[in-house]
Design a protein around this ligand. Sequence first.
Ligand code: PMT
Length: 417
Amino acid sequence: MVLMGVSAGKRILLIIGGGIAAYKSLELIRRLRQKGHFVRAVMAEAAQRFITKLSAGSLTGETVYDDLFALTDEAAMGHIELSRDADLVVVAPATADMLAKMAHGLADDLASTLLLATDKKILAAPAMNVRMWLHPATARNAGILRRDGIAFIGPEDGAMACGEFGPGRMSEPEAILAAIEEMLASDTKIPLPAALSGQAANALAGRRVIVTSGPTHEPLDPVRYIGNRSSGKQGHAIAAAAAAAGAEVVLISGPVALADPKGVTAIHVNTALEMLREVEAALPADIFIGAAAVADWRPAEISTAKLKKDTGNGIPLPLAKNPDILATVGRRPKGRPALVAGFAAETEKLLENAQGKLAAKNCDLIVANEVGAESDVLGGDKNKVHILTGQGRESWPLMVKEEVARRLIAKLAGMLN
Ligand code: PMT
């Protein structure tokens, strides 16, 4: 029986990397076919050490491609055509080697050539030894790919085929299928705004955009600080999307473990006071976007010596209120950016509180996102947001933060122009 999902009948190009998890990609094909999708498989040479073309081909019901130079393949379907014909490209397993090739634009076999040639969205399901995943080179490559808009699922923690334990296991086929369906559904529900597609990719050319990102760290003594779990992924993705739309971008970031996005001027700060100072120095701008999770309070005094724990039942911690950077920019009597956009991170009464912030901070747009125990927004890869403006409200489905960023930039470009 073929079960049709909301996004049934889509064309998936599945690139199978050379790792032990390749066997799971056979189950993924089976599940995709069961949902009514068409699957074309491309196998890296090393993948054929783990599974055969015959098994993949029997499940897809299609030719399985593996050779960049095969004339017969080329006659049947050109390689570029192969990548363009898909609705979504899925790389499972995405090995460390494949991620490295993708991040650096190498194209020395069919799989990597297709990944470089495609203009379609890509979902990668990494699978590798835990040390390979945690290696700074792989972390760097994954960071580059995330900023390029590649979506990731996994890897998961668990026991590995090599006997080690930790992150590196490929996500289960069921979870990959859910991620695929989500990406297909978000695409069909909200087409990419015209402002960022094709020839309009320069929607912010000649414009200056300031973005804040990440947490602030408010020092308590030489070793401790008050902070929060913001990773900077959302703010950095917004800065990258604004740069991709042709803007001159200044990114003012609190302490994060992310590399600076390409093509932006990045300024690194620690505290809210430093962030405000750098924002004011970076003005004027056409658009200001406050995505940082700025600490509302800071220790009123910073101890010059490390606070000792043997001080009885505790230590008093007087706090001083930090300035509100977004409200300061939004309420500027002179030199206010044409558009001021902020975020609202709420654990309850999301829309009500977000609406309050739109007015109180004199913003043109507020991105409301739910944070808290149930939500993975702080630090996670995805975000489900509501966009509030003076004209009303839009609710967007759960998307990778890069996609939220691209759509937000498209929305702001539309409002500005
Ligand atoms: O960094 P990630 O891990 O990717 O997570 C993204 C995010 C959840 C941090 C991001 O999407 C987000 O919601 N950022 C704003 C977090 C926040 O501080 O929300 P808030 O509701 O407390 O503040 C509202 C707005 O005022 C925000 O735009 C904030 O930047 C700004 N603000 C707040 C306090 C302050 N002193 N100065 C400010 O500018």
